[in-house]
Design a protein around this ligand. Structure first.
Ligand code: GLU
Length: 942
């Protein structure tokens, strides 16, 4: 029967073709087509064929249905064995001889090459819908399947964007190897394991899957035929590879056509790609078309299974897109040119207008079932878009899109209204007390309890409470405020071990609240849950509601016994040294200025009008005495006369005024507060002294703080982590409260988050925060990855931050409730600190400035005096200056003879005294000013 049919087919085809060709010159080609509208045109002109070698009958139905709908009145489908090129050659030859304007298919490589060469020789369009990594160079072949190397690049981009360190690639055959080739080529630091899906002929992949399970692999790329994919995923679930720890990227573009229901709730992260939007009306129309076609062969439509839009595979949709492309290509040809006649196979003659039709197709573009259909000059599909899908409880959800121009673009999820949604919120609590009496008892042993104050607590109440009213705290209030904004409901669930969640680095599994979210035991987690990059990989967070950093909680320093030399404490050592320096310099300046200033040379006998010598009060001893006298606020009888010395004295008094008042004020502070012994000021000084001082330090076990030190590249922080691990039993605690207790009772520095420290130091007055924060981070509300309501929840947090509600809640739970504010007075008390140069440097500079100004005055005064003397002696200015300087710079004695003008007589005192010869007189003269200093030895009145 089969043989007879096989022999009859060409004949039938020939007869059919003849009848069609007969119509070729008469019918008009004037249809428009839209799959939505099904506007049928009239066409008896063209015949086209599908050479079919696959196992998916929907392709045939889609071809037939769409060809009819598009007005291709004459079309036929023939089948050929896959990889049977001789048959393919024969059948394609028959087709072109029968006047087909295009051949669709076949799929297998060997058959496709044969049809390609027949079409190439006859200039007949050959339309392909298959993956081809090494696309044909034939000018007649047009492939509407995405260009192979470009699609491979898209897969590599998507895997790269997932940021997987190591992963396993499952492939099926050579064709699938070419699809993943780009992924393997990308440079990366970590290794990729490659495994072939070899089912040993019985589709049993379990041994292979168990092997990867044992090896601890948890990220997979799967590339295989869609039929095999179902089995692989089923068996992965059976061996335990479908839990929250496992991530899959599936390259098959038909992922959406398989049943993913069993994996929706598995927690595993399954990502895939597609080109057909099952929600588009055009896809629905095609599904109906195919459903209708199924009944046609027997005219029976009773037992047919209707095709849903999500059942349509890519190649089926591409056949329809290919038909539409052909229709657009032919539309451009004049009616007469649309007939293919006298083409023989073998033979030289081809379709004269074939290349025009092919070029038209390459130049056109349109929105088809698979997005934009556009070919390049070589007939390869370009500018296509892939939808990136993620499997969640609602099924496959589009999360991003990839295209050749922009690469990956994340798609904002359509957010549902949260009204009437109920979330399970996991948190941790303190104090299991329903009745006040029990609470009091519990308060007595609270030090031994693990607590999560102030985030979640049991409500203190004498009556039995139910529902959410059983709990109170900052986190409870925050969720309540958010629910008021977004109108959602919530039920609290309690994490008994109070573990926030950490990742087991060997198994990659999460415990604590993060684990609960991943395993779908809760929708949201709220407590002092720090947002870390490691957690962000596993779950999503809202915008942070509190900002913090790691700091140290330690005992307030003990007061030290008063120091024997505590009188020196008001000034730092440097200030004392500068003070000594200033005293020395000002004293010397006064001495020098005193000598240089003419006004400082005074007449020792005020009754004698014209003294023969002058005296100066600023001896070196007097200068030092004068400055110390003013520094000690005692004064001396020395009174500066010259402008310069008065200026210097004034500045010095100002200096002493400031210094003495500062000293007095600070001394009072020092005497009032006993200074505390500070063991360390920050983490670095702690590292220097902890051994010597016997201080231990630690953090909360498995918490974000411990992980901060674990992951840090800073050598000091690494040292801290190593110390904590080596002394784990002695220094690591299970809760913040255990750490606080330890810090109170022992010499123990507890690394804790600053917001929690703020809470504790309001209630534990013997503790304080030491040093700055080591990092900056925040607490957020966690939820499963790709949680659809994340944006709405984040917006609610932002609104509460902006309207000050969160600050208000913080004030309430930190400072007002549950013993808050106890230590406020103590927190504010300040220690007295020695004044440093920073505090009193200004007054030193004023003194320096004043002294410099005084020196300038000295010279001015001296110059004026010399001018006056030069006039009096009728001598030149320079000669007078020389004389004066000669005296001053000898620094000998404080008696300065007055030089007489020529013709002036000596004073009476001098004339009485001097009855010596002029020669003797000259010899006894100390210098050119020439008078005896002995006059000073006796008071003048004697
Ligand atoms: N907030 C931390 C966490 O989320 C716990 C406390 C800590 O590590 O200091 O893990």
């Amino acid at each position: 029967m089969h043989v007879i049919l096989y022999l009859l087919l060409p004949l039938l085809g020939y007869l059919q073709a003849k009848s069609t060709i007969g119509d070729c010159s008469v019918d008009t080609f004037n249809y428009r087509f839209s799959l939505n509208e099904f506007v049928l045109g009239i066409s008896r002109i063209f015949i086209l064929a599908l050479l079919y070698d696959g196992d998916d009958p929907t392709k045939e139905w889609a071809f037939t249905g769409a060809a009819e709908s598009l007005g291709f009145g004459n079309h036929y489908v023939d089948s050929v064995q896959p990889f049977y090129s001789y048959e393919a050659l024969e059948k394609s030859c028959r087709m072109v001889e029968n006047g087909v304007v295009a051949i669709f298919g076949p799929r297998s490589e060997e058959n496709a090459h044969v049809v390609e060469s027949v079409c190439h020789n006859k200039d007949i369009p050959h339309i392909e819908t298959r993956w081809n990594y090494d696309p044909s160079k034939s000018t007649s072949t047009l492939n509407v399947y995405p260009h192979g190397p470009t699609l491979a690049t898209a897969f590599a981009d998507l895997v790269e964007s997932a940021d997987w360190e190591t992963f396993t690639v499952f492939f099926e055959d050579n064709e699938s190897l070419t699809r993943i080739s780009e992924i393997l080529k990308r440079d990366r630091e970590f290794s990729i394991a490659i495994k072939q899906l070899d089912g040993n002929g019985v589709e049993n992949y379990r041994p292979l899957l168990k092997e990867v399970l044992r090896a601890g692999h948890n990220r997979f790329v799967i590339d295989c035929h869609v039929d095999r994919l179902t089995t692989v995923l089923q068996q992965a679930q059976q061996v335990g590879l479908m839990t929250s720890n496992y991530h899959y990227f599936i390259t098959n573009l038909d992922l959406q056509t398989i049943d993913l229901e069993p994996y929706k709730y598995s927690g595993s992260n399954i990502t895939g790609v597609r080109m057909i939007d099952p929600e588009a009306i055009i896809t629905d129309s095609l599904a109906n078309l195919i459903t209708n076609q199924q009944s046609n062969p027997e005219g029976d439509s009773i037992n047919i299974e209707s095709i849903a839009p999500e059942d349509i595979r890519l190649e089926t949709a591409l056949i329809v897109d290919g038909l539409q492309l052909l229709q657009l290509g032919l539309e451009e040809l004049p009616d007469m040119n649309r007939c293919v006649t006298d083409v023989t196979c073998p033979g030289l003659k081809g379709w004269t207008h074939g290349s025009t039709a092919i070029n038209n197709m390459k130049m056109t573009s349109f929105e088809g079932l698979t997005g934009l259909v556009k070919l390049d000059a070589e007939g390869h599909r370009k500018d296509f878009t892939l939808d990136v899908l993620n499997l969640n409880e609602d099924g496959l959800v589009k999360v991003a899109a990839w295209n050749t121009t922009h690469g990956i673009r994340t798609v904002r999820q359509k957010e549902e209204n949260l009204k009437d949604k109920t979330f399970i919120v996991i948190t941790a609590l303190v104090r299991m007390c329903m009745y006040l009496r029990v609470c009091i008892q519990i308060k007595q042993i609270r030090g031994r309890l693990k607590r999560t104050e102030p985030y979640g607590m049991h409500t203190d109440s004498e009556t039995t409470l139910t529902g959410n009213a059983r709990y109170e705290g900052f986190a409870i209030d925050l969720i309540h405020e958010m629910s008021k904004i977004e109108k959602f409901n919530y039920t609290f669930k309690i994490r008994e071990d109070k573990s926030n969640g950490s990742k087991n680095l060997t198994t990659g599994k999460w415990d604590g609240m993060i684990g609960d979210l991943i395993d779908n035991n809760a929708d949201l987690a709220i407590t002092d849950l720090t947002i870390t990059s490691e957690r962000e990989d596993a779950v999503d967070f809202t915008t942070p509601f509190l900002n913090l950093g790691i700091s140290i909680l330690y005992q307030k320093p003990k007061k030290s016994p008063p120091n024997f030399f505590s009188f020196a404490e008001p000034f730092a050592l440097e200030v004392w040294m500068w003070l000594g320096g200033a005293y020395f310099i000002v004293s010397i300046s006064l001495f020098v200025m005193g000598r240089l200033c003419p006004s400082e040379w005074t007449n020792p006998y005020p009754c004698v009008d014209e003294p023969e010598f002058l005296i100066n009060q600023f001896s070196l001893r007097n200068a030092f005495w004068f400055t110390i006298g003013s520094l000690m606020q005692q004064g001396t009888e020395i009174a500066p006369i010259a402008y310069a010395t008065r200026m210097t004295a004034g500045i010095w008094w100002f200096f002493t005024l400031i210094m003495v008042s500062s000293y007095t004020a600070n001394l009072a502070a020092f005497l009032a507060t006993e200074n505390a012994e500070v063991a360390f000021n920050d983490v670095y000084s702690l590292l220097k002294v902890y051994n010597k001082e016997g201080i231990k330090f630690g953090a909360k076990n498995k918490g974000a703080t411990m992980n901060f030190f674990r992951d840090s590249n800073n050598d000091d922080f690494k040292e801290i982590y190593n110390y904590m691990i080596e002394n784990e039993k002695a220094v690591m605690v299970d809760s913040n409260q255990a750490g606080v207790k330890k810090a109170e009772e022992e010499k123990y520095a507890f690394f804790m988050e600053s917001v929690s420290i703020e809470y504790e130091i309001q209630r534990h007055c013997s503790l304080k925060m030491v040093g700055e924060t080591l990092d900056e981070k925040g607490y957020g509300i966690a939820m499963r990855k790709n949680f659809p309501h994340r944006h709405k929840l984040s917006t609610a947090v932002l609104k509460l931050l902006e309207n000050g509600k969160i600050a208000e809640l913080k004030r309430k739970w930190w400072e007002e409730k549950k013993g808050g504010g106890q230590c406020v007075g103590e927190i504010e008390s300040q220690e007295a600190k020695a004044l440093t140069l920073k505090n009193v440097g200004g007054v030193f500079w004023v003194t320096v400035g004043g002294t410099a100004f005084a020196i300038a005055l000295v010279f001015l005064e001296m110059c004026l005096h010399i001018v006056k003397e030069a006039i009096r002696h009728k001598a030149s200015f320079s000669a007078e200056l020389r004389e004066e300087l000669k005296f001053y710079l000898t620094f000998k004695g404080l008696v300065k003879p007055v030089r007489l003008k020529k013709g002036e007589s000596k004073s009476p005192v001098e004339s009485n005294k001097s009855e010596k010869s002029e020669e003797q007189e000259m010899q006894e003269m100390p210098n050119s000013y020439g008078f005896l200093p002995e006059i000073l030895n006796k008071p003048p009145l004697d």
